[in-house]
Design a protein around this ligand. Structure first.
Ligand code: FAD
Ligand code: NAP
Length: 442
């Protein structure tokens, strides 16, 4: 391998895909600077993964090890598109790798979507996880029924979080503002609505199984929804097991728990109704034709005070980075940004918002393989590239109080110490302005 010691890559985004890419590039001999808009790293591991799943979050220990390696630097609080522009990074580094995730939501595109009480899962999740851009979100949980639209794991996370018991929430790192609001909630029922059938749901087995084990909520499935559902020999094992689990739920009598999660299939939302706020969801019954949901013309109104759309995330275009509008991702050819030299992409903003944390490792490997290939072919040559000190000076000229890795370690220690007396993994700082106090010397 040629010597890559002097090649410097700027990775934008300190989520899983950014960290995996950093580890791979360090191993290949590059130096990496990792920028994140937030002063806290780890992307959706901190701000997406459900707070009652703390084991999943321990993946950050592997990222900590990467951050400790020579050649790694973190610049927290630097937002691409606001503080620095893509061309400015491309000018100063040998390569720039975008790992910025997909931070916004897909829209249903139905009447009433703007009514108060109609909310995006992306924002609700960010709120209960203490993302500092979302601490001021307000949700009226003083309602009887919420409907979560979508049959993915995020829909399950949201439904579960809405029915957790106070003692279950109390031992998590759920943001304090969310714990308070969730504990005051009067919700009786959360309906999870799939536009297709039980065999088409995108749930994974452990997540669906967990719904049946909640302390405060019964899980309810109408046996009629399982009528005629056939799982062929060639079906994926996950699908087969999902159908088994749902069949079990359909046969189960409710245990009389105070709340209920109802899974309903073959219904699509057509309008959100209400006078000044959400009062009902109008849905249409679907039939499946060639695997696709087709409306039958049979309608129903579901009275509810909250509608959560959980129908996938999408990326935001930044500056002049080529963007594929339809899919909401950066346009790319296997990780090389389309039509651009020395610019790369990985993770959700490369392939779309699907896959678990580990999926990003292989995805980043594919992209960093291209970076190495281009380096070896001399395609990363950049006479204007600056050294480590020059890059840091540039970033600091844009964000004076940029937070280095040891700054994050201070925040981490503070949050963990605040959680310890209460048996919580951490108490998150949820306001941008409150990080400074922890970071101040002394
Ligand atoms: C609600 C939810 C729950 C999930 N739960 C699980 C789970 O339990 N288990 C599991 O394995 N997977 C789970 N996943 C999937 C997992 O979180 C993703 O696969 C993974 O986080 C994607 O990594 P990423 O690096 O591409 O994006 P992200 O994790 O979104 O990271 C992107 C990073 O880029 C930063 N960024 C964004 N824009 C800019 C900008 N303009 N400038 C600078 N920085 C920027 C962000 O602050 C963030 O740190 C979950 C996903 C969601 C949405
Ligand atoms: N615990 C975990 O491991 C965990 C937790 C959370 C998330 N994740 C992962 O993160 C990724 C993203 O999860 P996700 O739940 O956001 O996405 P997802 O798995 O892609 O599910 C999206 C759901 O939305 C439905 N949908 C899309 N458009 C719709 C519309 N217009 N009307 C009605 N329904 C619509 C889809 O139905 P169709 O199938 O009909 O299109 C699908 O059921 C997944 O890979 C997931 O596994 C993992």
């Amino acid at each position: 391998m040629i010597s890559l010691m002097k090649l410097r890559v700027c990775i934008v985004g300190a989520g899983p895909s950014g960290f995996y890419a950093a580890g791979q590039l360090l191993a290949a001999g590059f130096e990496v600077d990792v920028l994140d808009a937030l002063v806290t790293p780890f992307g959706l591991v901190r701000a997406g993964v459900a707070p009652d799943h703390p084991k999943i979050k321990t993946v950050t220990r592997a990222f900590d090890k990467i951050a400790k390696q020579d050649g790694f630097r973190f610049f927290g609080g630097v937002m691409l598109g606001r503080d620095v522009q893509p061309a400015e990074l491309v000018e100063r580094y040998h390569a720039v790798l975008y790992a910025i995730g997909t931070s916004t939501d897909n829209r249903l595109g139905i009447p009433g979507e703007e009514l108060p009480g109609s909310v995006a899962a992306t924002e609700l999740v960010a709120w209960y996880n203490g993302h500092p851009d979302h601490h001021a979100n307000r949700y009226d949980l003083d309602v009887d029924r919420a409907v979560v639209i979508g049959n993915g794991n995020v829909a399950i996370d949201v439904a579960r979080m809405l029915v957790l018991a106070p003692e279950e929430l109390a031992v998590t790192d759920t943001a304090d503002h969310a714990i308070e609001a969730l504990n005051r909630s009067t919700l009786q029922e959360v309906q999870i609505l799939g536009r297709r059938g039980p065999a088409h749901a995108a749930f994974t087995n452990p997540e669906l199984l967990e719904l049946g084990e909640l302390s405060r909520a019964d899980v309810v499935v109408d046996p009629a929804d399982l009528d005629g559902v056939e799982v062929g020999e060639d079906a994926h094992p996950t699908t087969r097991r999902n159908v088994e689990l749902l069949t079990g739920y359909a046969q189960r009598a409710p245990a009389g728990k105070p709340r209920q999660i109802t899974l309903r299939f073959l219904w699509s939302p057509v309008a959100i109704l209400g006078d000044g706020r959400v009062e009902a969801l109008r849905v249409v019954r679907n039939a499946i034709v060639d695997g696709r949901p087709v409306p039958t013309g049979r309608f129903q109104e579901i009275p509810c005070g909250m509608v959560v759309r959980s129908i996938g995330y999408r990326g935001r275009p930044i500056g002049d980075i080529p963007f594929e509008q339809r899919r909401g991702i950066i346009a790319n050819d296997g990780g090389r940004v389309t039509g651009r030299a020395r610019e790369y992409v990985t993770g959700w903003v490369k392939r779309g918002p699907s896959g678990v944390i580990g999926t990003n490792k292989k995805d980043s490997q594919d992209t960093t393989g291209k970076v190495v290939e281009d380096a070896e072919a001399g395609r990363l040559a950049n006479p204007q590239a600056v050294d480590a000190a020059g890059a840091a000076a540039f970033l600091r000229s844009r964000v004076a109080d940029v937070v280095p890795w040891h700054g994050w370690e201070r925040i981490d220690a503070h949050e963990v110490a605040a959680g310890e007396p209460h048996g919580r993994p951490r108490v998150k700082i949820v306001r941008h302005e409150h990080f400074a106090g922890v970071l101040a010397p002394g």
